[in-house]
Design a protein around this ligand. Structure first.
Ligand code: UDP
Length: 239
């Protein structure tokens, strides 16, 4: 598929048009940002690792019946994906309490709740992605209650599949963020990357962080962690 003009240049990805108006190319960059662009850096090889990790995971989810925007990986840094109308809501799934939830509620990171926790955030850099709830989402016209129900059901299924896949790689899935979109035919699909930039994953044996927290918290060996995740997922999937 031929890559045409650049449509959007984001903090970690670029979007390109293709000859097919229903498909775009997503190119993963080495650039990394945190805290709404306050902290920026280039992490060598991250684009390739994230493209490989996300492609493997989206392929795996599709093989288990999850509807996604992903079509195929086209080169080391790029994926061909379906064009969707994004729903501007971030769904955060938490298996273990960490990050903003731990901070906001004064809970020590690492506590395991009896239930799975689902947070909704409004996608807005200006407002720093504020936490919202179902009623806010409906009031703002972002989604209907029915669509939210579909998003929760898909998120639950994705969490089960991802937790299992990462466990096979010796990795504990702590939390992750996903976004959804509607295709031209109106189908709700997962339309996001699934990479160490958008989740918390801890080594099951050592508890070591293998995700973007290494960058956010200056823990070092960021590139090595992403490479290790890619290698372990490859083995877990026999690729
Ligand atoms: N996350 C993300 N994009 C965002 C906000 C959060 O990918 O804009 C991911 C984040 O990497 C973590 C999970 O969602 O895996 C939960 O994030 P949290 O609410 O704890 O916020 P953070 O501590 O990252 O500010």
């Amino acid at each position: 598929m031929k890559q045409l003009e650049l449509l959007y240049d984001g903090s970690s990805k670029q979007l390109y048009a293709t000859e097919n108006p229903e498909q775009i190319i997503i190119r993963f960059k080495d650039d990394t940002t945190a805290f709404y662009n306050i902290k920026c850096a280039k992490i060598e090889n991250k684009g390739k690792m994230n493209c490989a990790i996300s492609s493997m995971i989206l392929d795996y989810l599709a093989s288990k019946g999850v509807k996604t925007h992903f079509v195929e990986q086209v080169d080391e840094n790029s994926q061909l994906c379906r064009v969707v109308r994004h729903i501007p809501i971030e769904v955060i799934v938490r298996n273990v309490i960490a990050g903003s939830m731990a901070k906001r509620l004064g809970i020590e990171e690492g506590r395991v709740p009896n239930n799975k926790i689902y947070d909704l955030c409004l996608r807005s850099d200006e407002l720093s992605d504020p936490l919202i709830n179902d009623h806010h989402a409906v009031a703002l016209g972002l989604a209907t209650y029915e669509e939210l129900g579909e998003m929760y059901a898909a998120s639950e299924r994705i969490n089960t599949l991802l937790t299992d896949l990462y466990a096979k790689a010796g990795i504990r899935l702590v939390d992750f963020k996903i976004e959804f979109g509607r295709t031209a035919s109106g189908e709700l699909v997962l339309a996001d990357e699934l990479t160490p930039d958008t989740c918390r994953i801890w080594d099951m044996a050592t508890g070591e962080r293998m995700d973007k927290d290494r960058f956010r918290r200056d823990l070092g060996r960021v590139r090595e962690a992403y490479e290790e995740v890619a290698n372990r997922l490859k083995s877990a999937l026999n690729k």
